[in-house]
Design a protein around this ligand. Structure first.
Ligand code: GLN
Ligand code: ZN
Length: 773
């Protein structure tokens, strides 16, 4: 093993989708057959080359292992599954002589039409989704290092010495679930002893290829919300790094622990042979002094101070970041600067946003600017604070400019928040509301949809033409009205009870509102990877939020003018608007949520005035923002539930408030859902065959509930019998007066053929079950 020194500055990872989403285009072209494997490989290599060159240009060293190799065709956890042969038994046939190849990996990610793909879930508390490994007692792990090695070799040929990055063994197993059919009590982490030799092999191959350092990401060591106990995780970490450290044909090991505080895992890593430890000093504090033996061990390591925030897009307080890194120098003579997490969560480059207000732009840092900050801070550590005082001052000036800029703190918004009282958060009792809402004249088991209808290519074209100037406002409005009318007529023909306008005018359920609210800005190229080739372009919530004008009333009122049936107004809730935007970091999230809630409250009032009697406020992200640390959860639930109640609390008793949540696992937040006090809550349920209905019934939930009766995530059309059997399950548990019949989620990603056929079966099944009541 070499005694390589760790570089002074680095980043834990860099966006891999490409500045203009080149990777997305390439893999989607490959999936559709438009390009072949050789062309995909060539484009991927170009992207890696461009990334290394860019990182060097921004100030990372070419040959000191500071440039990480974090390219991935799809997902870093999938890459680790492939590299270790951790293939689920149900996909064993994908394993060839050398393991799973790229096509096999895409099959794991996307399914093959027969076998469902690996499950996808949120990567810690981010908006990124990874593929969940499935591990069995008999899984045969086997090293496949060719991609990892190829990237190191490719870099070397271009004159770089880069640092390969891999999800670490402890996190890979702690994030895994037991494969179907595994005996009760089996835990993937029990297989650690069998997995470690495979990691040792990968490290040896990387060393042979010329890698001097390897980065093993162990974010599972910061989490308190994984199914295995904390003790088990710590024992696993000790074992893993003892074994990997013991080999002598390995690169130096850098264990990174992003997304939170290592806590008691820090002492474990200190006692291990790992040469460098990465601390997230944005989410976590500089650790308190530990016992003398641990401090002595830490002093012998490189401490990599994650002080540049990898999760947000603010330029931030660079001087404070420097001080935090500097504070670690009393613990070790070797301190390096890094980002707190991979930069995969932020867009590429602020300089691409030429349409953004220049003042706002000066407050921002995307990935490239953050790399620049790392380079500055690293120079400061090497040459002293004075050497970078110009850069620190410039950042402080930008911060002061931001604090004082018009729009950041709006007196009118602040005054309105200050005047709120508890009465603003509550409606009259549910019983009185049910009575008042009887005037809606709905049948038992009312049928509805979640809001969006298919976004056809004509709709998308109209939006593009509006943006490009080929269509003027009136032309666009006419196109959307035409679409709304079609959707209303279709729903009447299908016989649905509560109609929707179909959301054709919305490019995205958050961005649509961000574009209409003060306090937000939208980017042109600010894409971040959500999963695989899917990207989102979060808006930037930079100032106090207010609503200059009604946002949805025109469309909803038009839809209502076309029919006697109630049309549901459709809003995105405050928590979801925050969760899917880049949010200001200069005040608590709860304060920002309150402002957004007030804007929505005004919209609710205007919808009511326009004759809308049913209003849905979607909160699909309520679960996702739940903090990883249990201690932080009650405060979160308090403000998030409060924001929803504030948004809807002004609704009249005879206005029926709905909410929609996109998942069925809400054990942890069932009280919060009850706390929303919506008249009707629709949730996902079809994929779990309505299991959630039992949970709800046993929890005493006593408001209206619409468990989804068909899965909109695939084009499959459920038969009427299938829907009926789900409904029969639900009526056995929930009184028919409170049970709603609806799909799992919105229909925007579906085609019309399957949508019409499926909704026909839904209405038919509801009628049959109703008749048999
Ligand atoms: N009303 C939205 C729709 O139907 C809800 C989407 C969501 O929950 N993600 O598209
Ligand atoms: Zn949904």
């Amino acid at each position: 093993m070499t005694a390589a020194t760790f570089p002074h500055g680095t980043v834990l990872g860099y966006p891999r989708i490409g500045r203009r989403r080149e990777l997305k285009r390439a893999v989607e072209a490959y999936w559709s057959g438009a390009i072949d494997a050789a062309e995909l490989a060539a484009r991927a290599a170009d992207l890696r080359t461009a990334t290394r060159e860019r990182l060097a240009e921004l100030g990372l060293g070419r040959t000191d292992s500071s440039i990480p190799e974090t390219f991935s065709h799809y997902d870093q956890v999938l890459d680790a599954i492939v590299a270790t042969g951790a293939v689920p038994p149900r996909f064993e046939h994908l394993r060839g002589a050398g393991g799973v190849d790229l096509d096999g990996a895409f099959t794991l990610a996307r399914g093959d039409g027969v076998d469902a793909p690996l499950e996808m879930t949120k990567w810690f508390d981010t908006n990124y989704h990874y593929l969940v490994p499935e591990i069995a007692p008999e899984t045969v792990f086997a090293a496949r290092s060719d991609d990892l090695v190829a990237h190191v070799v490719e870099a070397r040929a271009a004159g770089f010495v880069t640092r390969p990055v891999l999800v670490g063994p402890v996190s890979l197993l702690l994030l895994a679930k037991p494969a179907d059919g595994a005996p009760a009590g089996f835990r993937p982490i029990d297989r650690l002893g069998d997995l470690l030799p495979v990691y040792a092999r990968l490290l040896a191959d990387l060393r042979a290829a010329g890698a001097e350092w390897v980065q093993l990401d162990e974010p599972a060591l910061v989490s308190e919300s994984l199914p295995d106990s904390r003790e088990r995780a710590l024992v696993a970490a000790a074992e893993a790094y003892d074994v990997l450290g013991a080999a002598d044909d390995r690169p130096a090991i850098f264990v990174a622990a992003p997304y939170g505080e290592l806590g008691d895992a820090l002492a474990v890593l200190a006692a291990s042979p790992a040469e460098a430890i990465g601390l997230d000093l944005v989410r976590g504090a500089v650790p308190d002094l530990l016992d003398p033996a641990t401090e002595e061990a830490l002093a012998a390591k490189t401490l990599v101070a994650g002080v540049v925030d990898g999760r947000n897009i603010w330029r931030g307080d660079l001087a404070a970041a420097f001080d935090r890194a500097d504070a670690l120098r009393s613990r070790s003579a070797s301190v390096a600067v890094s980002t707190s997490t991979s930069l995969q969560h932020v867009p590429h480059d602020v300089d691409d946003e030429t349409a953004l207000d220049a003042r706002l732009r000066s407050w921002l840092a995307f990935a490239d600017q953050k790399v620049g900050q790392v380079a500055v801070l690293a120079r400061g550590l090497a040459e002293g604070r004075a050497a970078i005082s110009d850069e620190l001052d410039a950042a402080s000036r930008a911060l002061a400019d931001r604090a004082a800029a018009p729009g950041v703190r709006e007196p009118a918004v602040r005054a309105r928040v200050a005047a709120l009282s508890s009465a603003d958060f509550a409606r009259v009792g549910y019983g009185a509301r049910v009575e008042a809402q009887a005037s809606l004249g709905l049948p038992e088991l009312p049928t509805t949809t979640i809001g969006s209808f298919p976004q056809t290519s004509e709709i998308r074209r109209a939006r593009a033409h509006l943006a490009g100037g080929e269509l003027d406002d009136d032309g666009y409005r006419a196109a959307m009205r035409g679409e709304i009318e079609r959707v209303i007529r279709l729903q009447e023909e299908l016989g649905l009870d509560v109609l929707v306008h179909g959301e054709p005018e919305r490019n995205d359920m958050v961005q649509y509102f961000a574009e209409l609210l003060d306090g937000f800005a939208v980017t042109e190229h600010g894409w971040v990877q959500s999963y695989g080739s899917r990207c989102t372009r979060p808006s930037i919530l930079w100032g106090d939020v207010s609503r200059p004008a009604p946002m949805t009333v025109e469309w909803s009122a038009y839809a209502q003018s076309l029919t006697e049936k109630p049309v549901k107004g459709m809003l995105t809730g405050p928590v979801t608007i925050l969760a899917w935007s880049f949010v200001r970091d200069d005040q608590p999230l709860g304060d920002t949520a309150t402002q957004v809630a007030l804007a929505l409250r005004d919209e609710v009032a205007d919808l009511e005035r326009a004759g809308i009697r049913v209003i849905q406020v979607d909160e699909p992200a309520l679960r996702e923002l739940l903090p990883l640390r249990r201690a932080d959860q009650p405060a979160y639930l308090d403000w998030s539930v409060g924001a929803f109640r504030l948004a809807t609390g002004g609704a009249a008793p005879d206005t029926q408030v709905h909410t929609h949540l996109c998942y069925s696992e809400f054990g942890a937040i069932i009280d919060a859902i009850r706390g929303l006090d919506a008249d009707v809550t629709s949730i996902e349920a079809a994929r779990s065959r309505m299991e959630v209905v039992d949970d709800l019934a046993s929890s005493g939930f006593d408001h209206g509930i619409g468990p989804g009766v068909y899965d909109i995530h695939s084009p499959r059309v459920p038969s009427a019998e299938e829907v009926r059997s789900l409904l029969e399950r639900a009526v056995a548990e929930i009184p028919a007066t409170r049970l709603w019949v609806n799909p799992d989620c919105g229909l925007k990603t579906r085609g019309y053929d399957e949508t019409v056929a499926s909704l026909r079966h839904v209405v038919e099944a509801a009628r049959e079950v109703r008749a048999a009541l």
